[in-house]
Design a binder for this molecule. Structure first.
Ligand code: TUI
Length: 315
């Protein structure tokens, strides 16, 4: 019997043991969590959203003091510092970059020239095709079950259609939080998974305990999507702020009136543990998460379960 994922193309390409990515969550996917995921055999990914470029350099170097394993950086394409963040990842030569909330085609040539692998997050088949033509090494097909900025299509519908549309490897994201989810993603033709919410509710995640506890308390209907009316759909746990936001949207109030509610919301959730007015970005799979566990235990369970459920050639 061979080791699970020994012949997995994502593991080969990136030099990792298991094809399990940490979602590059702004303010949460920082050095302690990123290094823990990489050290456990997965791929840690720094969330650079909202990060000044000098802090991004610090975070990259901090991860390197904690582990020798590969890791990546997520570039959130709506960030006003995006050009400076790009320069940092080019200079620091991280293993790989993921992108979110936009079309990264203009950045792909420079990244590839620097030997950095590129995995854009795609919410639809058409963007996956464009990314393959633009030179992406793989795509992360993210379903609307995810937390944060979301598309409209579910993971179970999106993943096989992206798999059929492109010849590069596909990573599945959205609604995955255990070994069953990993196995299901592989059955759909994905070669790995990315998880945010499950790692947010881990021991090593540098998020306020109140935020983690809110995930434990959630059920499968505890999230909602706000911001569709302003083309910035974001899934969060329902609370005072998100319900107010949804109501103002429904009433057709001018965007200035409700946008102010969300400003600074993610910081309030992650750093202050403000569960009333914070933006508690989390996925629908929150309902399944009932324990804060160390990253290594989360990953080991996933690998063991998927290896039991699937034939060797699928891993
Ligand atoms: O990016 C995410 N998740 C995020 S980003 C974020 S910060 C934020 N806060 C408020 C408003 C907007 C963003 C919080 N969570 N996930 C990856 C992702 N990318 N999901 C969906 C997309 C996406 C959407 C449209 C990717 C590309 C895209 O393309 C549009 C185009 O230009 O074709």
């Amino acid at each position: 019997m061979t080791t699970p994922f020994e012949n997995n193309p994502i593991c080969h390409l990136l030099g990792i043991r298991y094809p399990i990515f940490l979602g590059g969550m702004a303010h949460v996917s920082r050095a302690p969590l990123v290094a823990a995921v990489s050290a456990a055999g997965g791929l840690g990914i720094i969330g650079s959203g909202g990060m000044p470029p000098d802090v991004l350099i610090e975070q990259i170097r901090d991860v390197r003091t904690r582990t020798d394993r590969p890791f990546g950086v997520n570039l959130m394409l709506l960030d006003p510092n995006i050009e400076a963040q790009l320069e940092v990842v080019l200079r620091e030569r991280v293993t790989m970059v993921t992108t979110g909330a936009g079309n990264p085609a203009p950045y792909i040539p420079k990244l590839r020239e620097a030997g950095i692998k590129v995995f854009p997050v795609v919410p639809a088949v058409s963007l996956a095709r464009r990314m393959e033509r633009a030179g992406a090494d793989g795509v992360i097909a993210e379903g609307t079950e995810s937390g944060g900025h979301v598309g409209e299509v579910t993971t179970i519908v999106l993943v096989p259609q992206v798999v059929d549309a492109v010849n590069i490897p596909v990573i599945a994201a959205g609604g995955i939080a255990d070994g069953r989810g990993l196995a299901a993603a592989l059955v759909l033709g994905a070669r790995g998974v990315q998880m945010g919410t499950r790692f947010l509710a881990s021991v090593e995640a540098p998020a306020h305990e109140n935020f983690k506890t809110a995930i434990l308390k959630a059920n499968e209907r505890s999230t909602l999507v706000t911001g569709r009316s302003i083309n910035a759909p974001v899934r969060t746990l329902a609370n005072k702020m998100s319900k107010q936001f949804a109501l103002f949207e429904k009433e057709g109030r001018p965007r200035e009136e409700f946008e102010v509610l969300a400003v600074g919301g993610l910081r309030r959730a992650v750093y202050d543990g403000d569960t009333e007015t914070g933006s508690l970005m989390a996925g629908q799979i929150s309902g399944m998460i009932d324990k804060i566990e160390p990253v290594k235990e989360i990953i080991d369970e996933m690998v063991a379960t998927a290896a039991k459920l699937l034939p060797e050639e699928m891993l």
